[in-house]
Design a protein around this ligand. Sequence first.
Ligand SMILES: Cc1cc2nc3c(=O)[nH]c(=O)nc-3n(C[C@H](O)[C@H](O)[C@H](O)COP(=O)(O)O)c2cc1C
Length: 407
Amino acid sequence: MHKNRAFLKNSNQNKIDISRSKQKRGIAPPIQKPCDPQDKKISLVSPGTWKTISAISLESAIRNRKSRRVYTEKSISLENLSFLLWATQGMRKTKSKHNNFRTVPSAGCRHAIETYIAAFRVEGIEKGIYRYLPMSHELVEVAKYNNLETLINRSTLNQIFCTRGALTFIWTTIPERMEWQYAEASYKAIALDTGHICQNLYLACEAIGAGACALASYDQELIDNVIGLSGDEEFTIYLASVGYTYHSSEVKTLNLKEIPAEKRWDMLLAHISLLVSEITGGKNMTMNTTQALDLNQGFYDMGINDNLCIKFYKSLKKSLDCQFPFTILFKYPTVKQLSIYLAKEIFKDLDGFEKIQALIPHKNNSSIEKDVEQLSEMEAEDALLNELEYLDSVDDQNPEFNFSVAH
Ligand SMILES: Cc1cc2nc3c(=O)[nH]c(=O)nc-3n(C[C@H](O)[C@H](O)[C@H](O)COP(=O)(O)O)c2cc1C
């Protein structure tokens, strides 16, 4: 048997002398990593006062849960973030010095995990790294970076979809907290504990119309550096990206007349993105985890060949219940360009066109061109580096997608 498999077995536990653990010497490590009283804290929305968390059934959360890697550009509200943090690490009983019961189980109730978030788009808080304080249900500011997206992209080995979400969870462990009780038997327990946490995140995301994707592929040293850890007493163990998603049940056939005017553009974009993902067999979402659906990528480069193009055209016409020439797929060959064209064509016959015209982007520029105009010099440089890294990663790591890089 491979020697590392022993880690998963309990037979070892008989040989571990728990009586030598620090617990027997009475020195308990703190149940939450302390922070400086000077550190900036952010109050979260308390459990029981939430207004926007929908009461979906547990059955549907479990049934619909999957790893979701395609996210809309929507920011997450502080209330929804509060819910996710509570669902993954929140305190279950009223505050007391000795209470450490949380919304997830933990071996010996040791809870040797700390939760950090890389917040890209959270309403009411600036982009940065924060840590969750379960005892007081607050966030504490850890670090601010202008190039947070670049750092997280690099730290997650260019799994670009992470930074297209609203935030990324980063779970670290402080092994001493578990070792205090379980000595060498701690490591399996820590890994099991982290799995419970991430599963709660997956299910809680379903309740807020968002999606999560677990990540165990990451650069240990880099991510520890980003959150300011030396990597010895505390280090990263697991991550998960989170963002609002396009749910297929919402957009399979799209009756735009029944959708409120201000939501039509988002729904059309979601609908076309979903059709593209389906037509390419999820290729642009799941086959290669470094790829999320790129709204500015050419259909051909996404693998939509002539045959698939006909299939795509037919399902577009049928699901939108409208007529347009086949050639528009060549004239407007990206999700974004096609959506803008169709929005103008379809919406003009619907009520409220004037109102929603402002919501439809006017330019067909790539995101980088569009954003650069609004950025400071430093931010623009970061954004360009980000984009170049993305293209490099497409080039180096994904021979399958090599042809997609425009020369
Ligand atoms: C421990 C673990 C590590 C994972 N690491 C990654 C990862 O680094 N990147 C990724 O895209 N998905 C990752 N995933 C998600 C899996 O690919 C996904 O769970 C699997 O394909 C099954 O799909 P489902 O979650 O939709 O059921 C991970 C999942 C687990 C449980």
